[in-house]
Design a protein around this ligand. Sequence first.
Ligand code: ATP
Ligand code: MG
Length: 440
Amino acid sequence: MDICVPEKVAYIIKKLEQEGHEAYIVGGCVRDALLKREPEDWDITTSASPFQVKKIFRRTIDTGIQHGTVTVMLEKDGFEVTTYRIDGAYEDGRHPSSVQFTSNLKEDLKRRDFTINAMAYNPKTGIVDLFGGQDDLKAGIIRCVGNAAERFTEDALRILRAIRFASQLGFQIEEQTQQGIRTLASNLSKVSQERIQVEMTKLLVSPHPEQLRIAYELGVTAVILPELDAIMPLKQNNPYHCYTVGNHTIAMVEQIRATKVLRWTALLHDIGKLQTHKIDENGQDHFYGHAEKSAVQAKQILRRFKFDNDTIDKVSRLILYHAYHLRRDKKIIRRCMNKIGVDLFEDLLEVMRADTMAKSNYQQQEWLEDIIEIKKLYEEIVADHECITLKQLDVNGQDLIQIGILPGKQMGELLNKMLDYVLEHPEANRKEVLLDKFCS
Ligand code: ATP
Ligand code: MG
């Protein structure tokens, strides 16, 4: 089968060959091209040493020269060209601590993680597939190259990569590979949180995030996200729910739009339910205050995964307000917009919709219709420029100074009182009205 290689990539391969070296596209781009998916980047592998690569091309960058990787620049585009290599032990889950260059393509393909990621191609030779990668692509199987247990022992991040590729491609993980994951999942505790974060996010925003369940069943979440294991079997005996907290969570992740913030919000939105669980005299389960507890716990978890502050802030705010008692009432909507922040209100409605979709059908339809109406009312509020924040208040600190109020705590309190009033009475957002009402 032929792969349509971009012009610049073909040029790099041809140039290396003209100088007497071998060169192929390799790894993810071969896999994606065979699946008719647009590859994210085109990686090239070559028998030429980094030194030789740098001599052949005019503009290069030493991206990872100690691991054999040089970026070749053609106009504005960069292409990673890596010398065939044999890896020593992996210590950081990405780069082996030592590498040995080789002139043998087979050795380079052997070090790669899965059969579907271990194929090479060039226009002259066609596909080089030494481990049955094409068959596994057709059958939809994730299988380690060689002995799964050995491969996961070398680099435990591969455990998470296996599940991530299964989620992205909708593939099954082959039996031996599953067995290796089960046996070696605890090694994930040695992998850096940053790398786990990257793989978990790719898994979550993939078309099959329900593969989280496989991660749970194979003992992976027990190591990297034990908080999820704690809620997986938690029953919710009340009219609103038809699933355990864990199954509700996974159903919600599937329902919500695939962005990093929304999917992580769904994953963690009920993470604090275990701590708030109460059973009433009728045997019904309650979780009062679970949104607050979940927001706090989510923050801790996201910090542990080394997320950036912006993501932590957004996800925890969405979780804190995910159970807010919204109604078809502009006063309530304005207050909620003020609390969560106008920037997140539309996302909050998406969170509420997905949460509802993942519950029992008790009052489900009514609530889904409410959410649609609330969205319309929200849009009117925005279109009418109704005041939601201090910035929009028709009175500012300067106005108060002019009438003799000194900057400080008292001024802040007064402005907030005015805002509070305006949230209920948008028509009162006029300087003379507010000064008259609050300052005379
Ligand atoms: P994508 O970029 O879409 O996430 P990819 O397959 O290109 O998928 P990369 O992380 O970019 O994944 O790695 C490129 C290639 O390097 C892989 O296809 C695989 O052959 C190899 N590889 C990457 N990480 C590992 C690893 N931890 N162990 C073994 N081989 C790996
Ligand atoms: Mg890649």
